[in-house]
Design a protein around this ligand. Structure first.
Ligand code: HEM
Length: 505
């Protein structure tokens, strides 16, 4: 009897020791490579927030590690659940990873999140989710319809969207008073612009009854929110990546795949029938690619890439900028003066002129610094390399290891931006944005060959909306909205953004 108990106890001990060894043996990974390690938890790794729902958040966990190590180290070894990851703490090192050594860090962690379910057939077509040579081809094809010359030719889409936005605002003010929920307003504007640009259709988001959500807007909002939640879900699955295949995890839902496949087919058919055949827009680009051999799945994939990467992000930038201007009256007035003068000089602002308005650009950059829709990037080491950690230390990185660039933390660091929490567009005058990006501390669109492919589209959309709104209305705050990190990807306004719009005299 006692022998049996002894044997059982022995077996339990061995099982516990085995489990403990399995869960912790990799904790020495960075130490063995001479890199300082941020102490990980057994299963959760360095950032328990990656697995939490609302109580903690990945971006706040990164902040803690960043604050603790940034003054003494250029990078620190961390664990994303069980996987070793280098957290970059020095912007110059971020620039090295994103730009100078791009060929050693070519892939992103999101490219490892797709391909587990063969039915999820559109997501991997986006450059955001592709890797290796496939990424290169996808980026060239996807980006061919987003060049400055193509956008210049498509500029009337933005101008008309701006006019419709004002008409919608007037109707809303007439029916419901001067206070407009601005998150909704931003979504409406971006839905209209994206639907017109990508598929050549009216989304109905600015022409519907006030407060009514059109089917396109409803589906597209659900589509982008689900996709961003999928990123968070896949981040969580890092703790047991085998589950992705086992559970056949997918990014886009079956319903949204069917909706956009049908929409793309219908839009192409309509265009082939002659409707809008003189237009230059993203649909005309997709049709040219089809003539060169692309299939309908490629077209849907690229269309969804523009929608996913451009709709929610640009809307978020727009309502954050409006909210910020509503509490910074001097800056709002200065910006209005610039916009009004530009309008009076030409009566209509050209694509080039809109992009060349200096204070508008500064306000947008400053708002992007304070609230970037994407607060960090994760790159995968694709070719073994060394990174200089200073003080004679070097980190040997092997293929497969990931590196995190904490853009949000750089943007909010008083060491790089005096009074970093204040909205001061003037810090971006005289081309400072380019200099700061080269230094690695201003990365709202990333940097290097994988820099945001739709940067110009996003900037154009936000600038157009601001031009139209500020030349017509004074924007005032009605209540403070708290900032929250519960998405895990960034820190955003949480709650309704109710701003008061009064006609300028
Ligand atoms: C103001 C709005 C936007 C912001 C702040 C933004 C930001 C970003 C950021 C930070 C990245 C990651 C860059 C990196 O990993 O280095 C990115 C990637 C990307 N963005 Fe945007 N984006 C915006 C709008 C758009 C729009 C409108 C489109 C499409 C028309 C777009 C398409 C993409 C694509 C395709 C990628 C992946 C590029 C690649 O990996 O090669 N984005 N964006």
């Amino acid at each position: 009897m006692w022998t049996l108990v002894g044997l059982l106890l022995g077996a339990v001990h061995i099982a516990f020791a085995g489990a403990y060894f399995y869960l912790t043996w990799h904790h020495k990974y960075w130490q063995k490579r001479g890199v300082v390690t941020a102490e990980p938890l057994t299963i959760l790794g360095t950032y328990p927030g990656i697995l939490a729902d609302k109580s903690r958040s990945l971006i706040l966990d990164v902040q803690e590690v960043y604050n603790k190590y940034k003054t003494q180290h250029r990078a620190v070894g961390t664990f994303l659940t069980r996987q070793p990851q280098l957290l970059v703490l020095d912007p110059a090192l971020a620039h090295e990873v994103l730009v100078d050594k791009f060929s050693n860090f070519r892939d992103t962690i999101t490219s490892s999140y797709v391909g587990h379910n063969p039915d999820d057939k559109f997501v991997h077509i986006s450059p955001f989710f592709s890797a290796g040579d496939d990424w290169k081809r996808r980026r060239t094809e996807n980006g061919g319809g987003l060049t400055p010359s193509k956008l210049k030719m498509a500029f009337t889409i933005w101008e008309q969207s701006g006019k419709k936005l004002l008409e919608y605002m007037e109707r809303a003010r007439h029916e419901q008073g001067d206070i407009i929920e601005t998150r909704d307003l931003a979504y409406r504007f971006m839905a209209n612009t994206m639907a017109d640009f990508i598929w050549g259709i009216d989304a109905g988001s600015l022409t519907s009854a006030v407060g009514e959500i059109s089917p396109f807007q409803k589906t597209s909002t659900a589509f982008t929110i689900t996709a961003f939640q999928s990123i968070i879900r896949f981040n969580k699955s890092l703790v047991a990546p085998f589950l992705r295949k086992l559970l056949q995890m997918r990014f886009f839902t079956k319903d949204s795949d069917e909706f956009y496949l049908q929409l793309t087919r219908d839009a192409i058919k309509l265009r082939q029938s002659g409707s809008g055949s003189d237009r230059t827009d993203y649909l005309s680009h997709l049709m040219q690619l089809q003539q060169r051999g692309n299939c309908i799945a490629d077209s849907v994939g690229y269309a969804l890439s523009v929608l996913l990467d451009g709709y929610e992000t640009s809307a978020a930038v727009l309502y954050h900028l409006l909210y910020t201007l509503s509490e910074n009256h001097e800056e709002q007035e200065k910006l209005r003066t610039e916009l009004t003068e530009a309008l009076h000089a030409e009566e209509h602002i050209s694509y080039e002129k809109l992009n060349a308005l200096p204070y508008l650009d500064q306000c947008l950059n400053e708002s992007l610094r304070l609230t970037s829709p994407i607060g960090f990037f994760m790159r995968i080491c694709t070719k073994a390399t060394q990174l200089d950690l200073g003080n004679g230390k070097v980190a040997d990185l092997e293929p497969g290891t990931s590196v995190m660039i904490p853009a949000y933390q750089f943007h909010h660091d008083d060491g790089f931006y005096t009074e970093a929490s204040r909205f001061q567009p003037e810090r971006f005058d005289n081309g400072a944005a380019t200099v700061l990006t080269k230094r690695g501390c201003f990365l709202p669109f990333g940097d290097g060959p994988r820099v945001c492919l739709g940067m110009r589209v996003g900037q154009l959309s936000v600038k157009t909306a601001i031009l139209h709104i500020l030349t017509q209305y004074q924007v005032e705050q009605t209540e403070k909205v708290p900032m929250d990190a519960d998405s895990g990807l960034g820190i955003f306004l949480n709650g309704d953004v109710r701003l008061k719009y009064t006609k300028c005299l």
